[in-house]
Ligand binder design. Structure first.
Ligand code: ASP
Length: 419
């Protein structure tokens, strides 16, 4: 059976079995089985992927920048990546805000106070994270890490941009050092980084063998915990987010691919389907990064130095799905709490969502603290986030898929090499 069919089967069975088991979640043996058998399978897979994120991001970026600087010039690729990232993020936030203003899923929503009580612990943790938020100037300065090892240690807790900055700078510095010494032997360290990168890809291959079972396990867990009933009250909100994501994926990306990369969108999407399944199951751009890099090189035929650079930077800095979700959520909660946002405030939300998409950690639930910051800034009660926590995991799966898809689209746009 082809890999994507296996993954799809794992996904489908996970949803069906998890939803079914949800009705019997008080049964002891089911809980034991879930804790001791199903949970570990998903975790082993995720941990294998997270384990290679730091070495892979670092080696891919050093190599990517070094190669680019020595050949095409890194400035042009970085500039184009930034340009397309802003275009794509702006389009997705505008779609989200347009939809939430026309559907108005929050009007007449009955706020069930008990939700706030149940979700209190979660909300406290998220708001503690949001409380650590830095000012804009501070955030810009701290992109330069004082200690790269510390940035590496905390890379999955929001320090990824600092680690990336360090790698980018080192890659460029190696290029500067090498310039003028072309006659010398090739830089030894580039060979070492390349071997680290290749070994990371091998680890991905091993992890992939577990993927169909892991996908089943992760999705089962989610469905087992939440069931489908959670959707009832939030169906319009969830539907608004999903429709927005679909418009961005099938309309905006298709146009960008067709017009700027001269690629057939359907063919492109078909080749990326394994990546979509991974992103959907893991809810993490970082965990999906190794798979995206592999698909970009093997199936889409993108230039490795360009795709490694764009995809690695994009896993953290280009999150169109997250930006859209943040916009819809903030305005939905404004409607629920009957906070009337002026045109200026809505524009502020749009801008903050675009920036938040760049700063969101590519891990499950990475966007929640940022949503609280945006809500605070326009005067919406931040604990309102409790209302959407139940459906967040499902929407996280969907928005992460768009996040990763957007990275691949931008890599193709920057590479501009039709398949
Ligand atoms: N889970 C998302 C990602 O990894 C981030 C988020 O929106 O929470 O891309």
């Amino acid at each position: 059976m082809k890999n994507h069919w296996k993954l799809l089967l794992g996904l489908g069975l996970g949803i069906v079995a998890g939803t079914f088991a949800h009705s019997y979640q008080d049964i002891g043996w089911l809980q034991t089985m879930n804790q001791n058998l199903i949970f570990p399978v998903g975790q082993v897979f995720l941990r294998l992927l997270f384990m290679i994120v730091v070495p892979m991001v670092f080696s891919a970026l050093v190599l990517g920048v070094y190669d680019l600087a020595s050949n095409q010039g890194v400035g042009k690729v970085a500039g184009m990546t930034l340009f397309y990232t802003i275009i794509a993020s702006t389009a997705s936030v505008i779609i989200g805000i347009g939809l939430v203003n026309s559907v108005r899923p929050g009007d007449g929503f009955n706020v069930d106070r008990s939700v706030f009580e149940t979700a209190k612990a979660n909300v406290d943790t998220i708001s503690a994270n949001a409380g650590n938020a830095k000012s804009f100037a501070q955030a810009m300065v701290e992109v330069i890490p004082k200690n790269p090892l510390d940035a590496a240690v905390r890379a999955l807790d929001g320090e990824m941009l600092a680690l990336m900055f360090c790698a980018l700078f080192f890659g460029f510095a190696f290029h500067l050092y090498r310039k003028g010494r072309e006659g010398d032997h090739p830089l030894l360290i580039m060979g070492i980084f390349d071997e680290i990168f290749q070994a990371s890809l091998k680890i991905v291959e091993v992890a992939m063998k577990l993927a169909p079972y892991a996908v089943f396990a992760i999705v089962f867990q989610t469905a087992f915990k939440f069931g489908l009933s959670i959707f009832e009250s939030l169906i319009y909100f969830a539907a608004t987010v999903v429709v927005g994501l679909l418009i961005q994926q099938f309309v905006v990306y298709s146009i960008l691919l067709k017009v700027f990369a001269k690629r057939n969108p359907w063919d492109f999407f078909r080749k990326c389907q394994d990546v979509y399944l991974y992103a959907f199951s893991t809810s993490s751009s970082n965990a999906t990064l190794p798979k995206s890099i592999e698909v970009a090189e093997t199936k889409l035929g993108l230039t490795p130095s360009i795709s490694r650079f764009v995809l690695t930077v994009g896993a953290t800095a280009n999150q169109n799905g997250t930006a859209l979700f943040e916009g819809v959520t903030v305005l939905f909660l404004a409607q629920v709490f009957q906070v009337d946002l002026s045109m200026g405030q809505q524009l502020q939300v749009v801008l903050m969502c675009i920036i938040a998409g760049i700063g969101t950690a590519g891990v499950p639930g990475g966007s929640l603290p940022l949503i609280m910051i945006i809500m605070n800034s326009v005067g919406i009660p931040a604990e309102g986030i409790a209302l959407i926590l139940g459906v967040d995991r499902f929407l996280d799966m969907c928005r992460t898929t768009l996040n990763v898809s957007g990275d691949l689209v931008i890599a193709a746009l920057v590479d501009k090499k039709p398949s």
